[in-house]
Design a protein around this ligand. Sequence first.
Ligand code: ADP
Ligand code: MG
Length: 144
Amino acid sequence: MAVERTLGIIKPDSLEKGIIGEILKRVEDASLKVVGMKMLHLNTARAEGFYAVHKDKPFYGSLVTFMTSGPCVVMALEGEEAIKTWRDTAGVTNPEEAADGTIRCDFGTNIERNAVHGSDATDTAKFEIAYFFESNELVNYEWV
Ligand code: ADP
Ligand code: MG
């Protein structure tokens, strides 16, 4: 196993529900360490750029509208197999299909308003962390 970093987002629907803390608890319970964190209210250009891989999908416009509808929390998360660990903790895209105990099962509203984002691969994690964080905004510390 290898220590990795991944990009997580606590999406605007979660902020509306007042569950930032509940989600951060799931992060740390999954042995994922927050090594970067900031609150942002994405504008259209920044949300479009982040989700550019989906620009030809039918849900792209609605997704961008949702992600710009309110603030979010972006997080760089570090841990063993962080990319897979965070996606497993989040659950599959559609909350109705997400396994019991996952964030999307417990807190997601629908396939769009699904509580959190997680990078899906090494290269996307690298791109997505750099999309929101300068290298000097990422920290190192040990859990003891
Ligand atoms: P994931 O976030 O699980 O990696 P995708 O990368 O496929 O999922 O999609 C990005 C985001 O777009 C999803 O998290 C969700 O907010 C939204 N989305 C995905 N599929 C749909 C859909 N069929 N209808 C509406 N929104 C969707
Ligand atoms: Mg994705």
